[in-house]
Each structure stands twice: as structure tokens, then as C-alpha cells.
Design a protein around this ligand. Sequence first.
Ligand code: GTP
Ligand code: MG
Length: 195
Amino acid sequence: FFAGETTFVKGVVAMSGLPPADRAEICFAGRSNVGKSSLINALTGRKGLARASNTPGRTQEINFFERDDLYIVDLPGYGFANAPVAVVEKWQRLLKSYLSGRQTLRRAFMLIDSRHGVKPVDEEIMSLLDKSAVPFQVVLTKDDKIKEKDRDPMLAQVRKALSKHPAAFPELIATSSEKGLGLPTLRSTIHGLRD
Ligand code: GTP
Ligand code: MG
């Protein structure tokens, strides 16, 4: 993808801290541990750029990265997190405010773990995106972990869930940050979303 380097801009803990909405922006949303930060690192080819870890709830701020005049946003996960309830509630509120109130957000990439499919918490976020008219596209993660026989039923479950959401793009992008699968497709999709 694009010509430049990816740089870290800032970590945001309140809506008032968001950088000016002066350029196109995309974000990665999904349940805790689905692989958001790992995917950003794999896409940009910079291993330690977004902090990834085995502990659900690793990313606790809205992290802004910049590349070729595009903001790439790593969000905290939703669902289970290994952190105190009050803290989790605070960042969940922030996450929802961001997803429903960011003018320049071109598309939200909704990450879904290939082994788990769409869960009720995912549906809740998808409904929020519908309501806010933020277009979203599902990116399946950890493709290297799925058993071949589970693939078709999982795809059917995801497609069925998406059919209920008007803001959803029908195309799914299957990825593995570990194996590099699907990254060129996702890069070119993101590339096309710049100003
Ligand atoms: P939070 O910030 O806690 O919401 O998590 P996250 O969605 O950013 O997940 P993160 O990238 O931190 O990855 C969670 C775990 O999944 C880590 O142990 C990663 O190594 C692992 N992981 C991420 N992507 C892949 C993948 O494509 N394949 C495999 N096998 N593991 C992956
Ligand atoms: Mg993360």
C-alpha cells in the first residue's frame, strides 16, 4: 500500500482529545482479542507499531496512526476485557461516541474472528453503525486457525447476520496477520478510501 511510512499520532482517552477531523479516516473495530492491533501491524509492516497482546483489553485508548494523509485508527475492543469494570465502561462509552460521531470516518472495518463468527456484541456495534450511517465491512481474522470444515458454516452465519444491517458491505475479506493472507486486498481497499 501506499508510498509512505506509518507513524503514530496519538492515543486518545476522551472525545475532546480527537485530532482535527481534517482528512479521511478508517478504523478497526471488533471484540477484545480479535486481532485489530496485529492486523494494523501486519498491514503496515511495522511489528511493534500498534501494541498487540494475548491479554484481552490490551488497547485501552483510541490510537491514531497516519499514513499518506489517511488516519488509521486502532480501537479498544468490546466484550470481555481483562481490566476493572469502571475502566472498561469508560472506554466502551468512548468507543461508541467515536463510532457514532466522527464526521470523517469513511469506513469501519469490523473484525470478526473466523473461529467464532458474529456474536451478539458484534451485532450491537453493527446496529450502532447502521444508526449513525457509518459504512462498515467485515474482515475475518485468524484465518490460519480455522478448520476447513468449519469455514462454509461460518461464512453462512456471517452473511446471514450482515443481511440485517443496511450499513454493511456484502464483501468479506478473509485475513491472517500471521500468514499474510488477505493483506493485499485489504490494503487496496483502504487505499481506495483516501481523499
Ligand atoms: P484488544 O486490543 O485487547 O481489543 O485486542 P486486539 O483485537 O487488538 O488483538 P491483538 O492484535 O492484540 O491480538 C490478540 C491475540 O491474537 C494476540 O495473541 C495475537 O498474536 C493473536 N493474533 C492476531 N492475529 C492473528 C492471526 O492472524 N493468527 C493467529 N494465529 N493469531 C493472531
Ligand atoms: Mg488492540
